[in-house]
Design a protein around this ligand. Structure first.
Ligand code: NAD
Length: 361
């Protein structure tokens, strides 16, 4: 099969980690007989330097015309003084809204080889962590009516949490479809004991659940969810939640699996076109030094294979190649432990690529 992938390498360590993901995708193409055509797109800080804006219209058009988008990271201190609408990170919002990507999917997996890096008690880490947070990402309080009024002691400010039936329904469907390919359990997280918007959320999620009789559904209040994620994370399979609750809980879920350098994400909409990116930023402190961990970007490419291209076996081959590299003791600085082999970005990418090709021999 042939696929067109728009590639936004971005700033800082972005190009370093994306280059390794491209090598991995080419190895997958080689082993399984697919062709990936990579079209480079300039966005973020690089685009500000070249065109004076973070997301030129042409960049968005190229992404729209692709089968999927692979992104490294954007931003850096060099552009920090620019006004909000001109900052590199604005490109991400433009891409999400321009491509109508309303669902943010973040798997949080604790690789067996990295159990020592888990900040939770070892008996909890031993039970394993393998969950996915499905976060609604274009609605809710981050996009609702907001403002300030009055002045002096009476000055007040407000933000509004508002969800429509349609918005909840479409994110719930993504969660149930995700669970259908996993352990078939969805936990819907809300604050329905207090918030009216959460009561609608809960109602609609239950309606959607009736179309998925094989999948179990549990409701959980967000404060309890924050506790259960550190107390008993192995009980979660797929979590579905609103924009703000998802923002907070997905960072908590990321942290309990160890390093930011291994966590992948996908942004999806109603078509198969998705945007895949590591959850970390451009890491200016280590940029250009060949130290960045490319695993998060490589696993994001694996998510692309599975979620946008339907290539399950190929995605599994990438995940296994990463696991084998970790089991063999290869570590970048962010996940280094005593007695392991410290390697840089390129070596980690090469070991993973070789693991994929090895299975060919
Ligand atoms: P960051 O994720 O870039 O870095 C946080 C820490 O994690 C740093 O110490 C960094 O060295 C380390 N780190 C991150 N990725 C790593 C990797 N792959 N391997 C090893 N270590 C890694 O977050 P930050 O420092 O808060 O942000 C830096 C810039 O990135 C800012 O301009 C921010 O706005 C931007 N940012 C972009 C995105 C994105 O493009 N999606 C996301 C977050 C932050």
């Amino acid at each position: 099969m042939k696929f067109k992938i728009a590639v936004i390498k971005g700033d800082g360590i972005g190009p370093e980690v994306v280059n390794e993901a491209i090598k991995v995708l080419n190895a997958v193409g080689n082993r399984f007989g697919h062709t990936f055509h990579f079209q480079e797109v300039v966005a973020g800080g690089q685009a500000i330097d070249s065109f004076g804006e973070p997301l030129p219209a042409k960049a968005l058009d190229t992404c729209r015309a692709s089968d999927s988008v692979l992104l490294g990271a954007v931003g850096g201190p060099r552009w920090d003084a620019l006004p909000g609408h001109l900052r590199p990170e604005r490109a991400l919002l433009g891409l999400r809204s321009g491509l109508d990507l309303f669902a943010n999917i973040r798997p949080a997996v604790l690789f067996p080889a990295l159990k020592g890096a888990c900040p939770l008690r070892q008996d909890i880490a031993e039970k394993g962590i393998d969950l996915v947070v499905v976060r609604e990402s274009t609605g809710g309080i981050y996009f609702g009516k907001r403002g300030r009024k009055n002045s002096g002691a009476d000055e007040s400010a407000y933000d509004t949490e508002l969800y429509s039936r349609m918005e909840v329904e479409r994110i719930a469907r993504i969660a149930f479809e995700t669970a259908a390919k996993r352990r078939k359990h969805v936990t819907s997280i809300d604050k329905a004991n207090i918030l009216e918007s959460s009561r609608l959320w809960r109602e609609v999620v239950h309606e959607v659940a009736s179309s998925y009789p094989d999948i179990t559904l549990a409701d959980m209040l967000v404060d309890n969810a924050a506790m259960q994620l550190v107390r008993n994370p192995s009980a979660f399979d797929v979590i579905v939640t609103s924009n703000m609750f998802g923002d907070i809980l997905s960072d908590e879920a990321a942290q309990i699996t160890g390093s930011i350098g291994i966590l992948a994400s996908a942004s999806l909409g109603s078509s198969s076109l998705g945007m895949y990116e590591p959850i970390h930023g451009s890491a200016p402190d280590i940029a250009g030094q060949g130290k960045a961990n490319p695993i998060a970007t490589i696993l994001s490419a694996a998510m692309m294979l599975k979620m946008s291209f339907g290539l399950e076996e190929e995605a599994y081959a990438v995940e296994k190649a990463v696991n084998d590299a970790l089991e063999a003791g290869y570590r970048t600085g962010d996940i280094m432990e005593p007695g392991k082999k410290l390697v840089g970005t390129e070596t980690m990418g090469r070991v993973i690529t070789e693991n994929i090709l090895k299975a060919n021999q």
